[in-house]
Ligand binder design. Structure first.
Ligand code: NAP
Length: 306
């Protein structure tokens, strides 16, 4: 009997317990799922979230994998007691949510919707927006989420330049690639993980590469942007607007200048959420793979940090 320990906390157990039981049964697994820790040495798989009280993985000597319910793993990856394979969440429903957020906010800025939604002076401004084909977008991060968002924007005719860490077909990479991607982008979407390499990636020098009035959408991680540099660029109008979903400190402190800045939209880390039914199927598939001796899906590379 496979022992699965749900260590992601009480609140998530209420949401995930049922869907996980169903998914394990559908995968044909003979598994016991519990939210109380049995003998740690007997646990085969740990289902995990960074908010979990479990921080010391040393006693879990027989554990074959730690399966995160979160896509971002920056709060787990540095835990030196976690030596077992770590898999992150790539949930098809989470991806759908991210695509909807990115497409929605891209269209808001592309179409200049605010001018018409907030128009107290009843101004007859009949300037038509350009077509999407004339609005270049840079997608920083072309992983599970960035590539799905790039596909959706391309389907609407936006010319999307992707940028990733390693060479990928049709994508730019490296410092020169980033310079090229930023040089012409009118809208920049960041879907990068937080790692030592991506922290403050969008600093004053890189923001200065963008054409005047460019828009930033950040549903990736707050630390990717140098906040002071962004506020400076927003104050001069060099950056026309920033729509930010993620922040260095969450919830965003009430006195943070982003809240009241006229060129900033704050969304409270709602771009994309893991959905229990589909995420449970991803977890069950990884347990099935572990039991069958097959490679795990979405395994985190600790040296890269994502
Ligand atoms: P992923 O599949 O791991 O993709 C990450 C992408 O970033 C890859 O293309 C990777 O390049 C690229 N990258 C990483 N480090 C880089 C570097 N130093 N320079 C250039 N490119 C780099 O991750 P994902 O599933 O798409 O998720 C991306 C991030 O979205 C997560 O880490 C998380 O922070 C965030 N997220 C936010 C929400 C929300 O609600 N706001 C929800 C889920 C996730 P390679 O292709 O070369 O590996």
């Amino acid at each position: 009997m496979t022992q699965v320990y749900f260590a992601a906390g009480r609140a998530l157990w209420a949401e995930y317990g049922g869907p996980l039981q169903t998914a394990l049964a559908e995968a044909g697994l003979d598994a016991t799922l519990t939210d109380t820790c049995p003998d740690p040495a007997a646990v085969d798989y740990i289902i995990y979230a960074p908010s979990s009280p479990l921080q010391d993985f040393t006693p879990f000597t027989g554990t074959k994998a730690v399966l995160s319910l979160w896509a971002g793993v920056e709060r787990i990856v540095g835990n030196i007691t976690l030596t077992q394979p770590l898999c992150r969440m790539v949930d098809p429903a989470l991806t759908m949510g991210m695509v909807e957020w990115v497409v929605g906010h891209t269209l808001r800025h592309h179409l200049g919707m605010d001018r018409h939604i907030i128009n107290p002076g009843h101004r007859w401004d009949n300037t038509c927006p350009p077509l999407a084909r004339d609005r270049p977008v840079a997608m920083l991060g072309m992983g599970a989420l960035g590539s799905a968002c790039a596909d959706a924007l391309r389907a609407l005719n936006f010319p999307v330049t992707g940028w990733s860490r390693s060479p990928r077909p049709g994508c730019l990479h490296g410092t020169d690639g980033l310079t090229t991607a930023l040089h012409t982008a009118q809208i920049v979407v960041t879907l990068l993980p937080k790692t030592p390499e991506t922290e403050n990636l969008l600093n004053a020098a890189r923001l200065a590469l963008l054409p005047r009035g460019a828009v930033i959408l950040n549903p990736g991680r707050g630390a990717i942007i140098d906040d002071d540099a962004l506020l400076g660029a927003l104050n001069t109008g060099h950056i026309g607007h920033a729509t930010l979903d993620v922040f260095r400190t969450e919830p965003l402190p009430q006195d943070h200048p982003y809240w009241s800045h006229p060129r900033v939209t704050v969304t409270p880390h709602i771009a994309a959420d893991t959905r229990p039914a589909s995420a449970a199927r991803v977890i069950a598939e990884n347990i099935r793979r572990g039991q069958a001796g097959e490679p795990f899906l979405h395994r985190v590379d600790r040296t890269r940090g994502y």
